[in-house]
Ligand binder design. Structure first.
Ligand code: SAM
Length: 336
């Protein structure tokens, strides 16, 4: 029998929080203190996401997530998980992050395989503390580009360097991607593409664009501009977009932080230039990874309701959905 919330055998217990020694070395500790004191909510969301991945390590293999998340975010996320477990919650905090991570991992691998050979490019917009360049073997022939604010990428590099200096070589994270370039840019500005190209991005090469946990932080016009820029590449080369979209009710979870939403990303993307668009919801067959067995959990209940509904007919609560979307296009599919 499997435990309903963790997807693990029923006698399995959630591991106690055991922080790696690396987090307590002087430099790493100071760097994380600077994140807490100097970064705004938007930038700090990078560490919160990494904390979620680190605490779901029984399903997500991310060996540097703890280091990049830092003690404070790990502790507060762990407390939420503990509370949910004590309350026998149907959804344990972070399950949505775990499913989202595994969905992006699997779709990225399928997309790269679909290019049948040759070097590909993978661009992470709003990369934050993502560590796929260190943990996914499917990236071995790909050039990876991580785009985020300068201070986020600088901090990530410095933390990784500090950790490498305080461990022996064999314990330092090994890169699994062919190459990794960090591109410091604000994707609301109109020079981010230029910066990407200066870093070695080649517009004519097959590319997978990863927009994970980023679109809803942008205004409607900025998000649409970014999507349009990516869609335009479909006329030039094989292009795959993997992105998560909040629907309108989800943005009300934090009005000051979330802005862009789409209730129908599957209708929004084709007119921009994508020829093939597939949408999944958390809990769908390709988006549960054995973690959402309970038919009465929030996600499974939502999936059974028409997407047109904005409030739940039973309790009047907003129907907060996260859509996982893959869209693609290539010059041979583009209608002239
Ligand atoms: C929730 S985190 C997600 C990080 C990463 N994609 C992941 O899933 O772990 C959002 C990230 O988007 C970045 N971000 C938000 N707005 C941005 C912008 N206008 N330009 C560049 N990066 C941005 C933040 O700095 C943060 O690292």
């Amino acid at each position: 029998m499997l435990d309903q919330e963790s997807g693990m055998p029923e006698d399995w217990t959630w591991p106690e929080l055991k922080l790696p020694e690396l987090l307590f070395t002087g430099t790493v500790r100071e760097l994380h203190a600077a994140i807490e004191n100097e970064w705004d909510t938007l930038r700090r969301s990078a560490c919160q996401t990494a904390a979620g991945r680190a605490l779901w390590k029984h399903v997500v293999h991310d060996p540097i997530a703890e280091l990049l998340a830092g003690e404070t975010y790990l502790r507060s996320f762990y407390d939420k998980i503990k509370k949910d477990r004590l309350n026998n919650a149907r959804e344990v905090s972070g399950v949505i992050l775990a499913v989202r991570t595994l969905w992006f991992d699997s779709k990225l691998e399928v997309a790269l395989n679909s290019f049948d050979g040759g070097e590909a490019q993978v661009v992470f917009l709003g990369a934050g503390m993502d560590a796929r360049a260190y943990r996914l073997s499917c990236l071995k022939d790909s050039k990876v580009f991580e785009v985020d604010f300068p201070e986020v990428l600088q901090m990530k590099t410095t933390i990784l360097q500090a950790a490498a200096e305080s461990t022996n070589e064999h314990q330092s994270p090994m890169m699994t991607a062919k190459s990794l370039s960090r591109v410091a840019a604000d994707i609301r500005d109109n020079d981010w593409l230029e910066k990407l190209q200066i870093s070695g991005f080649v517009p004519e090469k097959n590319t997978v664009w990863i927009l994970e946990g980023i679109l809803y932080y942008l205004s409607h016009s900025h998000a649409m501009e970014v999507l349009k820029i990516i869609a335009d590449y479909c006329t030039l080369t094989r292009t795959v977009l993997l992105a998560d979209f909040m629907n309108k009710p989800s943005t009300t979870l934090s009005n000051s932080v979330f802005h862009f939403y789409s209730d129908w990303p599957d209708h929004l993307l084709p007119p921009l230039g994508f020829s093939d668009v597939k949408l999944s919801q958390i809990g769908d067959p390709d988006a549960h990874f054995g973690l959402l067995h309970d038919p009465l959990n929030l996600f499974n209940k939502l999936r059974s309701l028409p997407r047109t509904l904005q409030t739940h007919p039973e309790d009047g609560k907003p129907c907060c959905r996260l859509y996982l979307v893959q869209a693609s296009g290539s010059p041979d599919q583009t209608i002239p």
